[in-house]
Design a protein around this ligand. Structure first.
Ligand SMILES: O=C(O)[C@H]1O[C@H](OP(=O)(O)OP(=O)(O)OC[C@H]2O[C@@H](n3ccc(=O)[nH]c3=O)[C@H](O)[C@@H]2O)[C@H](O)[C@@H](O)[C@@H]1O
Length: 448
């Protein structure tokens, strides 16, 4: 019997997938190559100009060779929007603390949800803040631009750039003496990793490595780094609640795997270069100015539009639950981590002594079923949801999360104080104001 004809459509699909992957690889390789070539060129230029070139760095004491190195990069290799005296002045002003012994923080992902809230809180207490964001279109970039506008009104400058742009990072450190980096830029979202796996590798691994490379090897003194890991690293862990010492070697999604990889990469840069690094495992953060891709946000939109929502149900009818954490609580945790971050110990690309390496849960400590989230929203919006209950698909989701926050409470007094009803009320109030929705029920009104 003749063998069945090959399924050419499958082969075509595979070939086009490989072509896409190869293109991505080539682009990644060429940007790596460009970065290396830039560094090499710079090193050669340093040899030539070391003695003559005036440093640009403000307030940061560093060796003449390293400042020349950075000055050369910023003054000779750029002709883009992120250059020039006016741009440098904006960066310097925004980075300058307004309180004595205040910190100067570079916030990556500053136009993101948590980034915006943290930037505002830091600025409010007198720290210097410069944001960095690439304004990608994972979700509506106009929301990110509006957050940028909010930050601008508080005199926080957000640079339009990518964490994978090594020379830009070097240049930022050259212009401003950042003492800390709050690294929140990432490809977020658990289920989207099935659709666009490469974006997770590019942001959460390549971008993180790029930041550590610059902060660990090229910046002097090195900043302390606090960055966003995720509760998703607990994956298939069965301990309850989740403690930092529990297993994190069974990620259920590529997103979780990249965050877990980030934690291991942090260990390496701490070990080799003496970078002070703190990873924060966020537990399903929600609140005003939130992320439209998250369930509480998209449910609100769909309920108001009379569209059905899909509610996942666990195996054997068990309810899917999350330790939903209000953004103000998470901000307190981020600032606490920054305040207790010790200095990095390396210089000139060499570790000079042991440096701090930490990981903390930042959760709410009280998981709530997703069905309860829906009923709170129904109450606040005054609209009944059209629920479509389906079995949780195998797309990287986990059935529940529950944080033990003893460590963060002990080390920097982290204590979440907002329950889901109170937090969602604040979210809905913001949502209806932001989108100009008329008279939805009880957002600002009576208690549920
Ligand atoms: O804590 C974390 O580590 C993660 O929290 C969220 O991930 P997730 O908890 O999955 O948040 P949502 O996507 O908002 O989902 C919340 C809950 O709603 C459920 N869900 C989601 C979407 C949907 O259509 N239906 C539905 O029932 C999910 O199963 C989940 O239990 C964020 O999206 C991640 O970026 C973050 O790292």
């Amino acid at each position: 019997m003749a063998p069945p004809p090959p399924d050419t459509s499958k082969i075509d699909r595979y070939n086009s997938y490989i072509r896409r992957v190869n293109t991505a690889k080539i682009m990644a390789a060429s940007s790596k190559l460009l970065f290396r070539a830039t560094l090499l060129t710079t090193l050669v230029l340093i040899l030539i100009f070391t003695l003559n070139y005036p440093p640009l760095g403000a307030g940061r004491s560093h060796s003449s060779s390293s400042s020349s190195h950075r000055s050369l990069i910023s003054t000779t290799l750029y002709g883009d929007e992120n250059s020039g005296a006016a741009w440098e002045k904006q960066v310097r002003n925004s980075a300058a603390p307004r309180r004595s012994r205040g910190m100067s923080v570079l916030v990556t992902g500053a136009a993101g949800f948590v980034g915006t809230h943290c930037s505002l809180a830091l600025k409010k207490r007198g720290d210097g803040v410069v944001g960095l964001d690439n304004f990608n279109s994972y979700y509506d970039p106009s929301l990110k631009r509006d957050r940028q506008g909010l930050l601008a009104r508080h005199e926080i400058f957000v640079v339009d750039g990518d964490i994978n742009d090594g020379p830009l990072l070097v240049k930022l450190f050259d212009v401003a003496a950042f003492t800390h980096v709050l690294h929140l830029a990432a490809q977020a979202g658990v289920r989207y990793a099935m659709k666009n796996p490469q974006s997770y590798v590019a942001s959460n691994i390549a971008g993180l490595v790029n930041l550590f490379e610059v902060a660990g090897k090229l910046v002097n003194p090195q900043p302390a780094i606090v960055w966003a890991s995720s509760s998703s690293v607990y994956g298939l862990n069965t301990e309850n609640p989740f403690s930092e010492a529990d297993r994190t070697d069974q990620p259920a999604s590529l997103y979780a795997a990249t965050k877990k990889a980030g934690e291991e990469i942090a260990h390496t840069y701490n070990h080799i270069y003496g970078l002070s690094i703190t990873g924060l495992r966020f537990f399903t953060v929600y609140g005003p100015w939130g992320r439209p891709d998250m369930a509480y946000f998209s449910f609100t939109k769909d309920i108001l539009n009379g569209k059905p929502i899909t509610v996942f149900q666990g195996q054997d009818g068990v309810e899917v639950a999350r330790d939903f954490t209000f953004v103000d609580d998470v901000v307190k945790g981020c600032l606490g981590a920054l305040d207790t971050a010790e200095r990095s110990t390396g210089s000139g690309g060499k570790k000079r002594g042991p440096a701090q390496l930490r990981v903390y849960n930042l959760g709410n400590t009280s998981p709530v079923p997703v069905t309860r989230l829906v009923s709170i929203l129904e109450g606040l919006l005054g609209v009944k949801a059209k629920k479509n209950v389906v079995k949780m698909p195998r797309n990287g989701d986990v059935p529940f999360t529950h944080a033990n926050v003893t460590l963060a409470a002990h080390d920097f007094g982290y204590r979440p104080t907002t329950d889901l009803s109170a937090g969602l009320r604040k979210f809905v109030k913001w949502y209806v104001g932001y989108y100009g929705i008329k008279a939805p029920a009880k957002a600002g009104g009576s208690k549920q």
